[in-house]
Ligand binder design. Sequence first.
Ligand code: RUB
Length: 272
Amino acid sequence: MDNKKRFNKIIKDIKSVKIQGASNIAKAALRVYSLNPTKKTKARLLALRPTEPMMKNVLDLAEKRVPKNQILTHFKEAQDKINRKVLKLIRNGDMIFTHCHSTNVVNALIYAKKKGKKFEVYNTETRPLFQGRKTAKELRAAGIKVTMFVDSATALAIEKESRKDRIYADKIFLGADALTKDGIINKIGSKMIAELAHLHKIPVYIIADSWKFTRKKVPIENRELNEIWDNAPKNIKIKNPAFEFVDKKYITGIITEYGLKSYREFLNKCGN
Ligand code: RUB
């Protein structure tokens, strides 16, 4: 494939969410930018998935000519540190609930499994694009017991099917697209999960690379309506927000390469 075709293919795959999740999008954007490092390329990439400060942070570095390998090393080193912290957090017998597909979350769970932790995962299918299937497949391929639910079964799913000793999920692990001073932005549905967890006193942990942090206002991406209902009658209003904000008051802890911190401590690390 020549460079022009490769350039267009990656752009298309980011837009269609074939390439998804903050880390994968940022890495793919870096590949595209390296093929044609111009302001126009950067602007075009940023418009593809507007709720992705990590992509912006990575492209800013690339624009300043920070070598590609150095940027990619950050991803690996951050994930390794995250994995070690998540390993300590998981207890044998845990039921962990997650949503959508997060590379930071899935890699950490697979690492914990490889290190001998015994736990199971409940997850949501994550309509309309079903990223939960990707999560379920990857976890299952790593030998982790996984049970997937339709999104609207979330309340039921975190009830752990009424096991006598512990009725609710032990922990909620959510990834993030953006880390802001007031809270995080993640896949639509995350707020409902965090509020429900708060109600039942289930700890909510955000697992995310700190390069998702931004001081700027983050727009929420609204996606095509045909993802919800192709050829819907014209007089029915449909909304398809891809992400939503989760207030820091719902976040028990955040695990980044800085370690497991309260949200306040994490903000201090980011100089806030
Ligand atoms: C994916 C999503 C994920 C974060 C996690 O949304 O909300 O939770 O991006 O990021 P989409 P990472 O599928 O619309 O891109 O993969 O870096 O952990």
